[in-house]
Design a protein around this ligand. Structure first.
Ligand SMILES: C[S@@+](CC[C@H](N)C(=O)[O-])C[C@H]1O[C@@H](n2cnc3c(N)ncnc32)[C@H](O)[C@@H]1O
Length: 202
C-alpha cells in the first residue's frame, strides 16, 4: 500500500478528507510522561457530538453493556455511552495527554462509576469483554484490528466513524452532517458479513 508521511498539523485537516485518508497511512506523534516522543497510528481528531450520538444509537447500546473505544481521545464516546445509555465504558488511548483529558472529562461528567480510561495500544487491547467496540481510527488500523474483532462473540457490535473494514461488509451505514461535512458511520455485527474462514481460530 502506498505510504505517505504528513506532518501532524496537516493530518487534522487531511483526516477530514476521508477519501484521501482511506488511501494513505499517516504518522503522528505524542509525548510520554518522560518527555519522550511516541508514535501514534492516528492523530487526535474528535468525533463531533451528533456523530457520537448516532454511532451509539446505531450500535443499539443498552444499559449495563460495555463499550470499548479504541483510541479514545478526550473520552467523549465512552462518557456519552455512560451518560445517555447507562453503559459501562472503557477508553484506551496511547497518548498520555489524551488519557489525562479523558479522565478529567469522566470526572466532570460524574461517570467515574461507569467509565475507565486506560493508557495503552489499541492494537494490543483485550476487547473480549466488549459488547460494542467503537473506532475512529484509519482504514489501515481498522484492518489490523479486524481479525481480533471478528473473533469476538457473535453479535458483538463494531461501529466506526468514517473508515471501513475492507471486505467485511457492514450490516448498516449512516451519514451525519456535522462541522460542514458528511460523516459516514459503519456498523458491523460479529458473525454477519464475514466469511466462515475469516473467523477460524486455527
Ligand atoms: C481520531 S482520534 C479519535 C478520538 C475519539 N475516539 C473520538 O472519536 O472522538 C484517534 C485517537 O487515537 C489515539 N491513538 C492513535 N494511535 C493509537 C494506538 N495505537 N492505540 C491507542 N490509541 C491510539 C490518538 O491519540 C487519538 O486520541
Amino acid at each position: 500500500m502506498l505510504k505517505m508521511m504528513i506532518p501532524a498539523l496537516a493530518l487534522t485537516q487531511a483526516l477530514a478528507f476521508v477519501p484521501l485518508a482511506n488511501t494513505f497511512a499517516y504518522s503522528s506523534t505524542g509525548m510520554n510522561a518522560k518527555g519522550e516522543t511516541i508514535d501514534l497510528d492516528v492523530p487526535f481528531v474528535p468525533t463531533p457530538q451528533p456523530v457520537v450520538d448516532k454511532m451509539l444509537e446505531l450500535a443499539d447500546v443498552k444499559k449495563g453493556e460495555t463499550v470499548y473505544d479504541l483510541g479514545s481521545g478526550d473520552g467523549r464516546i465512552v462518557v456519552t455511552a455512560a451518560k445517555k445509555f447507562g453503559a459501562k465504558g472503557v477508553g484506551v488511548d496511547m497518548d498520555p495527554e489524551r488519557v489525562k483529558e479523558a479522565k478529567e472529562n469522566v470526572r466532570t461528567n460524574g461517570v467515574g462509576h461507569l467509565v475507565t480510561i486506560r493508557e495503552g495500544n489499541a492494537l494490543k487491547t483485550d476487547v473480549s469483554k466488549a459488547n460494542v467496540v467503537t473506532l475512529y481510527l484509519l482504514t489501515d488500523v481498522n484492518l489490523k484490528l479486524k481479525p481480533t474483532l471478528q473473533k469476538l462473540p457473535a453479535g458483538t457490535r463494531v461501529v466506526s466513524h468514517d473508515f471501513a473494514m475492507g471486505d467485511w461488509e457492514p450490516v448498516r451505514e449512516a451519514t451525519v452532517q456535522a462541522g460542514g461535512r458528511e460523516h459516514k458511520i459503519y456498523l458491523w455485527k460479529v458473525g454477519q458479513g464475514q466469511a466462515k474462514s475469516q473467523v477460524s481460530r486455527n
